[in-house]
Design a binder for this molecule. Sequence first.
Ligand SMILES: [Fe+2]
Length: 188
Amino acid sequence: MVKSNTYTNTSFVYETKLNIPLEYKEKCIDALYNLKTHPVAPRDKSFEDTFDEQNSGQVVISNYNLVVEAPILKKLLDNITKIIKHHVFPNYLEDQWDLNMASCWGGIYEKNGKALSHNHIPFYYSFVYYLKTSDQSSPMIFEGNDNLSISVRDDLLLFFSSGQYHHVPPNKGEDRIFIAGNMELNQK
Ligand SMILES: [Fe+2]
């Protein structure tokens, strides 16, 4: 069951649960913790601007092709692509358009880790899926005239218009572990 918020005139935020098996989820989490010992992510300017680690907690993040770095996540990412396609294509002609995952990454917000306001232009849809959260995990905030604050919890998938600005306040709880990605819409 997918819940949809028509957030602004141009933006949508969908939320749903995937119910992935516990054993598989734990393997995915282990794979993301391994990123901590094999840091490969370039700390480029856009990363620094978004996560502002010097003034907050650390955000450990993979590179932008998570499947190569952690192949076990492929099944999960393929499933997410399928779910997003299913919800996009009622509005488009599937024989003329294709929706592909253009980039995907995973990360861990440690205590006080945060993300400043940003969007994912030029992509079409973006998503975030939470593998591990706690009661004190910071929410995902979608920005508008009134902010839409979504409490994150294990197994929650959010997908949203890539142009939608969003941010994550400083994380108060334990490690908040997620994967995320961008989808592009191409004419066939
Ligand atoms: Fe983002």
